[in-house]
Design a binder for this molecule. Structure first.
Ligand code: ZN
Length: 73
């Protein structure tokens, strides 16, 4: 993942990214496992969550003409 980042709280651009797997349940649907990127500012600890499904889709969109196998979480 490569996102421009400046901490909203302290303005630092230093952060760590980890991946979290979270069970999701939408009404009427079976439980799915969602993958999220967890971005934590190393200066103040402010943390953001990004949906991997969406981030990776954006990433794939930027690579014109190339198709990637869909990652199954
Ligand atoms: Zn911060």
């Amino acid at each position: 993942m490569n996102l421009d980042y400046k901490c909203l709280k302290c303005g630092s651009d230093r952060y760590i990214v980890k991946t979290a797997v979270i069970p999701e349940k939408s009404p009427g649907l079976k439980i799915e496992i969602g993958t999220y990127y967890v971005k934590t500012c190393v200066e103040c600890g402010y943390t953001e969550f990004y949906s991997a499904k969406i981030v990776d889709k954006e990433f794939a969109k930027n690579k014109k003409g190339k198709r990637y196998a869909k990652a199954t979480p």
